[in-house]
Write a protein that binds this ligand. Structure first.
Ligand code: RFL
Ligand code: PHB
Length: 392
């Protein structure tokens, strides 16, 4: 079997790329290790930058999004009994962010791809590669107990942080930049009306975040130890901790409800450079992850594949390789700005176990500065709504 672009992974990166290529008449096959139900149910991100919403629109895939999304005009930050209110449109000439669950994006992209007759192979686990830096690269995968080979002109490794594409690149080619934070996030999806604004908190007991998915579904997070077991957190323990960290001790503000899902996520930044080896191009979490405090991972994945799709169009139309050659540099310019911002939000809002009293006071000083400075708030706002897409 042969295709022009073999795409590994049916997450946002792989699915957006498949749609962008289909629009240009470029043939591709998506290979996904998990089942369709599994990838559609995976609870993850929820904040879409305008660029990501625009991409859904350009692809004609935003009908349900328009109906069901929520628009966020502000983020709040709570600390030491104080409230910073960051007015996104007021600080960014009218820009906002959109709340629409990643699994909803994934459902819409999969349904449309299948309706178009596109090929997504679920439960097809990629196990190896051949000739990645040669003329006839190939992907080996396992499906229904049998080994298959897909030969490709180009391979897109969109298989997430724990995928096989990055690790297939020979030693010495990539430089890995890794920063592991000394904490994790316990995330909860609950059947309860959310509070009014997306609210981040820096409390003496640790970070907390109240977000949402719909007028009836809340999404909350609290900072925990990096190796914490979610089973240690009874529903009662979770709600009590969230109320305390959100300065809602009388429980008048945050609605409790049935907890639908609970899980711990590490907080980490990682960048692999370059995002290419021969005919293999890495995109999304396969190449980089950012701590979730900036709400950027999915948006960065969408930005990567926009650049990759443009480069592939030029390549398949005329054979020109210049854009493919610039792909990694173009993406990494944005990646490092977003890593910087996500690192900053993480540093500002979490309790660091090793912080001295001096460092804790510096952190509170920065929050106090943010409270009183429009310039400082504008810096957060322009990153939160999304930096302009890079020229390539
Ligand atoms: P994904 O979504 O991990 O998809 C990779 C896919 O590849 C498949 N795969 C394989 N397939 C075939 N063969 C193999 N050998 C394979 N190995 C892996 C996997 O099954 C999977 O389906 O990567 P992608 O497409 O790069 O997308 C990245 C995003 O998922 C990620 O960056 C975001 O979820 C990060 N993130 C957030 N991003 C935002 O933009 N806004 C947010 O608000 C936000 N909040 C979050 C987040 C991530 C979180 N967690 C759970 C890490 C909140 C959390 C808690
Ligand atoms: C979410 O709604 O899941 C969410 C919101 C903001 C973040 C991270 C995750 O910074």
């Amino acid at each position: 079997m042969h295709t022009q672009v073999g795409i590994i992974g049916a997450g946002p990166a792989g699915l957006f790329l498949a749609h962008l290529l289909y629009r240009e008449g470029i043939d591709c096959v998506v290979l996904e290790a998990r089942s369709r139900a599994y990838v559609e149910d995976r609870v993850r991100a929820g904040v879409l930058e305008q660029g990501t919403v625009d991409l859904m629109h350009e692809l004609g895939l935003d009908e349900r999004l328009r109906r069901e999304c929520m628009v966020d005009h502000a983020i709040d930050m709570r600390f030491s009994g104080k409230l910073i209110h960051i007015d996104l449109p007021g600080l960014t000439a009218g820009k906002v962010v959109t709340i629409y669950g990643q699994q909803e994006v994934v459902k819409d992209l999969i349904a449309a791809r299948i309706a178009d007759g596109g090929r997504i192979e679920f439960e097809a686990e990629v196990t190896g590669f051949a000739d990645l830096d040669g003329a006839k690269p190939a992907i080996r995968y396992c499906k229904d107990g049998a080994e298959h080979t897909l030969t490709c002109d180009i391979i897109a490794g969109c298989d997430g942080f724990h995928g096989v594409a990055r690790t297939a690149i020979p030693d010495g080619v990539l430089t890995a930049y890794d920063h592991v934070f000394p904490f994790g996030w316990l995330g909860v999806l609950a059947e309860a009306p959310p509070i009014r604004e997306m609210t981040y908190a820096n409390h003496d007991r640790g970070f907390a975040l109240c977000s949402r998915r719909s007028p009836k579904i809340s999404r909350h997070y609290v900072q925990v130890a990096p190796d914490e077991d979610a089973a240690n957190w009874s529903d009662d323990r979770f709600w009590n901790e969230l109320h305390v960290r959100m300065n809602d001790a009388d429980k008048s503000e945050i609605n409790e409800g049935k907890i639908l899902q609970k899980g711990v996520t590490p907080v980490r930044a990682f960048v692999a450079a370059p995002m290419r080896y021969g005919k293999l191009f890495l995109a999304g979490d396969a190449a980089h992850i950012v701590p979730p405090t900036g709400a950027k991972g999915l948006n960065l994945a969408a930005a990567d594949v926009r650049v990759l799709a443009r480069a592939l169009m030029a390549y398949f139309r005329t054979g020109a390789t210049e854009r493919l050659d610039r792909y990694s540099d173009t993406c990494l310019r944005r990646v490092w700005k977003v890593v910087r911002y996500s690192w900053h939000m993480t540093s500002l809002l979490h309790r660091f176990p090793a912080h001295s009293a001096f460092e804790r006071n510096i952190q509170i000083g920065e929050l106090d500065y943010l409270l009183g400075s429009r310039a400082a708030q504008q810096t957060i706002a322009e990153n939160y709504v999304g930096l302009p897409l890079e020229d390539d």
